[in-house]
Design a binder for this molecule. Sequence first.
Ligand SMILES: *[C@@H]1O[C@H](CO)[C@@H](O)[C@H](O)[C@H]1NC(C)=O
Ligand SMILES: *[C@@H]1O[C@H](CO)[C@@H](O)[C@H](O)[C@H]1NC(C)=O
Length: 190
Amino acid sequence: MARIFPKLICLLAILTFLIVSGESNHGFSRTLSLKSKQLKREKMSHLHFYFHDIVGGRNPTAIRVAEAPSTKTSATGFGIVTMMDDPLTERPEATSKVVGRAQGIYASASQSEVAFLMTLNFAFMEGKYNGSTLSILGRNTVFSEVREMPVVGGSGLFRFARGYALAKTNWFNITSGDAVVEYNVYVIHY
Ligand SMILES: *[C@@H]1O[C@H](CO)[C@@H](O)[C@H](O)[C@H]1NC(C)=O
Ligand SMILES: *[C@@H]1O[C@H](CO)[C@@H](O)[C@H](O)[C@H]1NC(C)=O
């Protein structure tokens, strides 16, 4: 007993320290306060831009990279996988200022309507957002008036981002498949 007692006191002291400091250290991880990363108040940003998806012509920005044998008989193009590097502009015109690019994949994921699985990053290239990204993972029923897709994260100025993107087709050429889509993105970040 006499030998255990000092050890118990020592253990208690360590436990108290851990609880009071609110930090635990496991070698590979530690707990930090938000203040230590200068994360103070969250704010909401609204981003507005136009997405140009060019699938036809000599300089497509979106290319088909895979499909299933049954895709040809599918009314919804079920199984088509497209890789995009689409410019994002300030105004609907293709000649307007480029503020970033939408880079990623959209894949036809429904057998009953045209609905894309969207997995992409908005890579911004303008002003203070240059180098920052937002990641989108969502469902895009392209013939609906407005489609909502979750913002699942971000980098740079958009670290810890969460929010949603609203997509509305601005212009669509049914012959070529080219489209301009208006995006309103609402994102909460620090
Ligand atoms: C964005 O950042 C890149 C890399 O740092 C730089 O080359 C480019 O000029 C910047 N663009 C704008 C519009 O500031
Ligand atoms: C739509 O696409 C077709 C085929 O690429 C092209 O011939 C036509 O000029 C386009 N229409 C418009 C309004 O751009």
